[in-house]
Design a protein around this ligand. Structure first.
Ligand code: PLP
Length: 402
C-alpha cells in the first residue's frame, strides 16, 4: 500500500493528522506488495528476497498437494458456499474437514469459521454473557480481546502467564456467584513465542470450577505430537475444554475452528454469530485444509524440520548477541526496543535481500519494537545462513550488536 494521499476533505483532516503522527513516531506500516506465492523466497519489487515474515510454518501455503486438492474441489463443488450454512446447507466437504480435524486433535467435534479471528468472535460471546465472567491473560491476542468486548460478561485480567495472579483473580471471581467462569489464554504468544503454562492453568481452573479455553493459532501444526497443538503438548486431552485455532498459519490456507466437547460445538453451530451471519469457507479452502491434515497425519517430518530450523537460527542469533527474549517456539523475536531503529534494521535487511518486517506499537508495547523472524520448514539450512549473515551485517552497522 502506498503512502496516504492528502485529501482536501475537511471532515477527514483528523485522520490525516493521525496518519502524519504515526509517521513521525515511526509507527506507520508500509505494506509490501508481493509478486510471488508464499515460500522461503519471495519476489518483491522485482527482487528475490528471503522471507522471514510469514506464518507459513510448514510450507503448506504453496504446496502442490494442497493446490491440487483446491483445484479438484473447485471442479467438484464450485467456488462459493452460497450463503450461511444454517440457510444454504453445509457441503459434505465442510463436514469432512470438521471430522478430520476432530480426529487429528483428539476431541469430540470441531466447527469451522472463516478465520481464526472470526473463531474467537464466534466462540467467546456464545459461551458467556451477563451472568458470567471471563478471566483473561493480559497479553491475549486482539481477536480474544474483541471477542470479550462482544460479551456482557464481567472481566478479570491476570498478569501475563502469572499463575499466582490467575489464582487471585479466580478467587475474587468465585466469590461473586457467576453462572460460569471462562479462563482464556493464547497457547503460544505470537509476539514473544512463549508458551502458556496450560497444565497449571488447567489445574487452577479445575480447582475453582472454571471452563478453560486456549487460542492455539501459533501452536497448531507446531507444538505437540505431529503438530497437534498446545493441549497435546501438555497432555491435557479431555481436561482443557476449548481449543480455538486458525487454518491460515501452519495449515497454510484460510479459516479457523473450535475444537471441543460435543455440547460446546453443538451450541456454536446454533449461536456462534459468524457461523449464523457470515458465509462458510470456500470448498477450495476446505479441501486444501483436508489435504494438510492428510500430510500431518502421515508424517511428522515437516514439524521436525521446523523445530530443527528454529533451533539453528535462534542459536546462531543468540551467539551473535541478539536479544531473542523468552521464546520457546519457532517464533524468533529480534528485540531492538526503539521504534525508529527497528525500522532502520528492517530497511537494512531488505537492502541485503531479507524481508523481515518491523513490529511496533500497538502490536507490541511502546519501546519493545522488534523484528519477528518467523522460521519455516520451507527454509533450507543455506537460507538460514543467508538470513543470519544479513542480521549480523545490518545489526553491526546500526550498533545493535557488537
Ligand atoms: C493469527 C491469530 C489469530 C487470527 O487468525 P486468522 O486466521 O489470521 O484470522 C487469532 N489468534 C491468534 C492468537 C493469532 O495469532
Amino acid at each position: 500500500m502506498s503512502d496516504p494521499v492528502p485529501t482536501s476533505d475537511a471532515r477527514l483532516a483528523y485522520l490525516e493528522a493521525d496518519l502524519a503522527d504515526l509517521k513521525a513516531r515511526g509507527l506507520y506500516t508500509t505494506i509490501r506488495s508481493l509478486q510471488s506465492p508464499q515460500g522461503a523466497w519471495l519476489q518483491i519489487d522485482g527482487r528475490r528476497v528471503l522471507n522471514f515474515c510469514s506464518n507459513n510454518y510448514l510450507g503448506f501455503a504453496n504446496d502442490s498437494a494442497l493446490k491440487d486438492a483446491a483445484k479438484a474441489a473447485i471442479d467438484r463443488w464450485g467456488v462459493g458456499p452460497g450463503a450461511v450454512r444454517t440457510i444454504a446447507g453445509t457441503m459434505d466437504v465442510h463436514g469432512e474437514l470438521e471430522r478430520r480435524l476432530a480426529a487429528f486433535k483428539g476431541v469430540d467435534d470441531t466447527v469451522s469459521f472463516q478465520s481464526g479471528f472470526a473463531t474467537n468472535l464466534a466462540t467467546i460471546p456464545a459461551l458467556v454473557g451477563e451472568a458470567d465472567c471471563i478471566i483473561s491473560d493480559a497479553l491475549n491476542h486482539a481477536s480474544i480481546i474483541d471477542g470479550i468486548r462482544l460479551t456482557k460478561a464481567a472481566r478479570y485480567v491476570y498478569r501475563h502467564c502469572d499463575m499466582d495472579d490467575l489464582e487471585t483473580q479466580l478467587k475474587a471471581a468465585s466469590g461473586k456467584g457467576y453462572r460460569a467462569m471462562l479462563v482464556i489464554t493464547d497457547g503460544v504468544f505470537s509476539m514473544d513465542g512463549d508458551v502458556a503454562p496450560l497444565d497449571a492453568i488447567c489445574t487452577l481452573a479445575e480447582r475453582y470450577g472454571a471452563i478453560t479455553m486456549v487460542d492455539d493459532a501459533h501452536g497448531e501444526g507446531v507444538l505437540g505430537r505431529g503438530g497437534r497443538g498446545a493441549v497435546d503438548h501438555f497432555g491435557l486431552h479431555g481436561r482443557f475444554d476449548i481449543e480455538t485455532g486458525t487454518l491460515s498459519k501452519a495449515f497454510g490456507v484460510m479459516g479457523g475452528y473450535t475444537a471441543a466437547k460435543q455440547p460446546i460445538v453443538d451450541w456454536l453451530r446454533q449461536r456462534g454469530r459468524p457461523f449464523l451471519f457470515s458465509s462458510a469457507l470456500t470448498p477450495a479452502d476446505v479441501s486444501a485444509c483436508i489435504a494438510a491434515v492428510d500430510i500431518l497425519e502421515r508424517s511428522t517430518e515437516r514439524v521436525e524440520r521446523l523445530w530443527a530450523n528454529a533451533a539453528a537460527f535462534q542459536g546462531a542469533m543468540r551467539s551473535l548477541g541478539f536479544d531473542l527474549g523468552v521464546t520457546r517456539t519457532p517464533i524468533s523475536p529480534v528485540i531492538v526496543g526503539d521504534e525508529q531503529k527497528t525500522q532502520a534494521l528492517s530497511r537494512a535487511l531488505f537492502e541485503r535481500g531479507v524481508f523481515a518486517t518491523a513490529i511496533a506499537f500497538p502490536t507490541v508495547p511502546l519501546g519493545k519494537a522488534r523484528i519477528r523472524v518467523m522460521i519455516s520448514a520451507a527454509h533450507s539450512p543455506e537460507d538460514l545462513e543467508v538470513g543470519i549473515g544479513a542480521f549480523e551485517e545490518a545489526g553491526r552497522a546500526l550498533g545493535i550488536v557488537g
